[in-house]
Ligand binder design. Structure first.
Ligand code: F6P
Length: 342
């Protein structure tokens, strides 16, 4: 049996831990051979492969990024994409594919498995933690840790100058990183994409914080938007690679706060720092277990399935079902943290 492995979409700490888990168990317990595909779906599309065996996965557990490279290439949007993938897999003697990715990458795996008879097993990945079928995705814990440390640091500089510090974190559609890091870092305001915010209310919280002699920290997800308009500035709508680019809500809000409260405000955009570097212990643990269970699914011939965390168990769910709905922050949960605002 030869198993292909690819990592697609935005990278995320823990990808290498998954690859290592897959290869170590696959070689040692099942005697499988592996083919790594470079840069997500671009690899199988163009037949671009890389060696993948025990020596190549040695020492990669704590390393961020992915040794296979990643891209947002989508073969369903490429002329003749499915035929080319099938040909390249057959040509390389690849019997099954393990696809590690988010909604987009796994969407292709679901189509290939369910419609085109290409045996795929999915592993969920995103720092955003917004896949509904799994309690957690690896990468999220690392991103929250990085954001929390940044917020801790922002508190001290904000207090020295008695300024407002706005910290913009990732999350276009779901506010999980903002919610968890904001709560862990003791933010005074947390703004998420799921609920439009009222700038005057934010300013009232900021002012009340100053009255209590504290410098306010506002944590805002990049996809959060005010009630009175869509101010998420887009660099064009799509960049030259066809990807949507969000920018500027944190900066925009800081300016509004200055205008409306007369207090000095600064913005820190954490950006890709949240996705880089070594995974946390939790993410290494989860990613490794996902890898071990993904290769078991291949051995069982259980294709079209994605591994997922439910409580402390790893289960298998149909990929198509797993990506059908985004997991967003529910209003009750958001309301719960509101007690700390202001
Ligand atoms: O989905 C993961 C994510 O990090 C989002 O939180 C963020 O909006 C997006 O990817 C950034 O994508 P890119 O790396 O293509 O700029």
């Amino acid at each position: 049996m030869r198993v292909g492995v690819l990592t697609g979409g935005g990278d995320c700490p823990g990808l290498n831990a998954v690859i290592r888990g897959i290869v170590r168990k696959g070689v040692q317990e099942y005697g499988y051979e592996f083919t790594g595909f470079r840069d997500g779906w671009r690899g199988p599309l163009e037949g671009d492969t890389v060696r993948l065996d025990i020596p190549t996965v040695r020492g990669i557990l704590p390393r961020g990024g992915t040794i296979l490279g990643s891209s947002r290439t989508n073969p369903l949007k490429t002329a003749d994409g499915i035929r080319r993938i099938k040909e390249n897999l057959a040509g390389g003697g690849v019997d099954a594919l393990i696809v590690i990715g988010g909604e987009d990458t796994l969407g292709v795996a679901a189509q290939l498995s369910d419609v085109h008879d290409v045996p795929c097993v999915g592993v969920p990945k995103t720092i955003d933690n917004d896949l509904s079928a799994t309690d957690y995705t690896f990468g999220f814990d690392t991103a929250v840790g990085i954001a929390t440390e940044a917020i801790d640091r922002l508190h001290t500089t904000a207090e020295s100058h008695m300024r407002v510090l706005v910290c913009e974190v990732m999350g276009r559609h779901a506010g999980w990183i903002a919610l968890h890091s904001g709560l862990a870092g003791g933010a005074n305001v947390i703004l998420i994409p799921e609920q439009r915010f009222d700038v005057d209310q934010v300013c009232a919280w900021v002012t009340s914080r100053f009255k209590a002699s504290y410098a306010p920290i506002v944590v805002i997800a990049e996809g959060a938007m005010p009630k009175d308009g869509d101010v998420i500035l887009k660099d064009g709508t799509l960049d030259s690679f066809g990807h949507v680019r969000l920018s500027g809500v944190g900066e925009w809000l800081a300016k509004e706060i200055e205008k409306r409260t007369g207090k000095e405000a600064r913005t820190t955009v954490l950006g890709h720092v949240q996705r880089g570097g070594t995974p946390s212990a939790f993410d290494r643990w989860l990613a490794t277990r996902f890898g071990l269970h993904a290769i078991d699914a291949v051995r069982d011939g259980d294709f079209g399935k994605m591994v997922a965390l439910r409580g402390t168990d790893i289960v298998r769910v149909p990929i198509a079902e797993a990506i059908a709905e985004l997991k967003t922050v529910q209003p009750e949960l958001y309301k719960e943290v509101g007690v700390f605002f202001g």
